[in-house]
Design a protein around this ligand. Sequence first.
Ligand code: SF4
Length: 162
Amino acid sequence: MYKDFPEFVTSEACLQCDGCCRFSDDKSVWRPKVGKEELTDSIRNDIGEEFCLRTIDKNNQAQCVFFRETNNKCSIYPNRPFDCRLYPFVLLKEKNRRFLSVHKMCPYVSSKHNSEEFKKAVCEIKKYMNGKSIKIFVSQNRHLFGEYVNYRNELEVLFEIE
Ligand code: SF4
């Protein structure tokens, strides 16, 4: 399912950033949500409420249980959930409609916004989201769509998802 996933943010940019994988609290809407098919042995025991990855309190943050502060890396990177792969693109639910949005606060997004590179990335993610296996996955895991009510102004809707 992830074979043709179009990566947008470079690993280099991700590793220099201190935004992802750390949340304000253990109920944060930004905690990664996990699809039912993604409950592999490495993840199964670390699922908390609402199919979100569990966090641990550290340095006044709720850090994803798989985040390693020593190297700023994800310890399950090859098996990380779809929600993590997708970021800075975000599955958004509003009333009865569902969208793919982008988190404008991601430093990489804000540096590329309105660039040709960003437009190309949006085209590629749209094509990917229209693939047969990902459409089935998303339709069977509606809990992956968050409401982000308190962060709505940080999200820009890109296109609707059926
Ligand atoms: S699973 Fe990995 S990429 Fe996803 S939030 Fe946790 S540490 Fe970050």
